[in-house]
Write a protein that binds this ligand. Sequence first.
Ligand SMILES: [Zn+2]
Length: 140
Amino acid sequence: MGKFGCTCGNIISDVIAPNDVTGFVLSDKSSEIFCESISDVIGDFFNHFNADTIEEWRAKHFNEMYPTSEPLGEMIHDVLFSRLMDVTLGMFECDECGRLWVQESPTVNKYKAYSPDDPLGERAKILGLNQDAGSMPDSE
Ligand SMILES: [Zn+2]
């Protein structure tokens, strides 16, 4: 996206990646579709891997411009990320007023604003690193 003008006058910039001002909204229905695609994509990948037909799998998902030197894990990542983008809405968080800007649909470059009710001093930042530290394999 680059830079996005909030109605408060602040410019939200996502030039730095990853950042604390952009994220995704994944509804329950959309997360169901995405989670099913994880097992579909990986299962299909292993079927092709075991049959030594990875090139067929590659052709299903990529055109001839996709680099042939890409590691297998990166290829799976790229397919899954694309599936994620098919069902997710982009989101910006204004780091000045706290407004959340949510994409109207996955294919439309328009955003709707939602303002927090909490006063400025009591407001918690929404976007950032949201993880259960105990669930990460290298967190010990
Ligand atoms: Zn703002």
